[in-house]
Design a protein around this ligand. Sequence first.
Ligand code: GTP
Ligand code: MN
Ligand code: MN
Ligand code: MN
Ligand code: MN
Ligand code: MN
Length: 201
Amino acid sequence: MRGSMASGQLSREEALACVGCRHACHILLYADTEAQLFEEIPIRHIVLMQMRFDGLLGFPGGLVDPSEESLEEGLSRELWEELGFSLSVTLEDHVSSCHNPSSSSSHLITHFYARRMEEKEIREVEKAAASTATDHGHEVMGMVRVPLYTLKGGEGGLPSFLSHSFIGNSRSQLEDALVRFGLVTPEELQTALTHAEQRRK
Ligand code: GTP
Ligand code: MN
Ligand code: MN
Ligand code: MN
Ligand code: MN
Ligand code: MN
């Protein structure tokens, strides 16, 4: 595995003890699906990311000030703004917290969460995100599903997706979660990364 997630990791408690740190919380929403692409290629899982206002891919969520609300309350609020969907995030959804090397003066800690849903619920999230979400068309240009398969030829699918540009360390959050939650095998991810690397050359 790539070491990007391992470096700079800290516990949620250590993160909250940091004086002067800013905090951002984002979440990966996923579901199992029986759907097939071209009635042939199993989609296996729906994994949601978003196209941000700045043209970068990232996860739904945002900045949280722990002096005003808990990390999970703040993330739930951001999900309401960005997805138009009421989801009560809990401590059990927490996956990791990470120091972010940032250029700005105040240090940013990114907290990552994940929640498994039913396919039906994910579809409701997508519907709300494209219609009633207050941030739709402003901070968020739209939700996207991550293709987990690799098409014949080796580039289409996950390798192409990983070749896009991502905000902050959201790309390593994605890679880590795909393997952690068994959405792709470590071998599948490695193969996709190799092809993605070749694509960028
Ligand atoms: P405003 O409401 O405009 O303040 O935006 P926001 O609160 O929704 O914040 P945003 O989602 O942009 O996240 C804040 C910061 O966290 C960004 O400037 C990035 O540096 C970082 N960030 C954004 N998305 C992600 C993500 O998916 N993963 C990680 N690790 N960091 C992210
Ligand atoms: Mn078609
Ligand atoms: Mn936001
Ligand atoms: Mn956001
Ligand atoms: Mn915000
Ligand atoms: Mn906002």
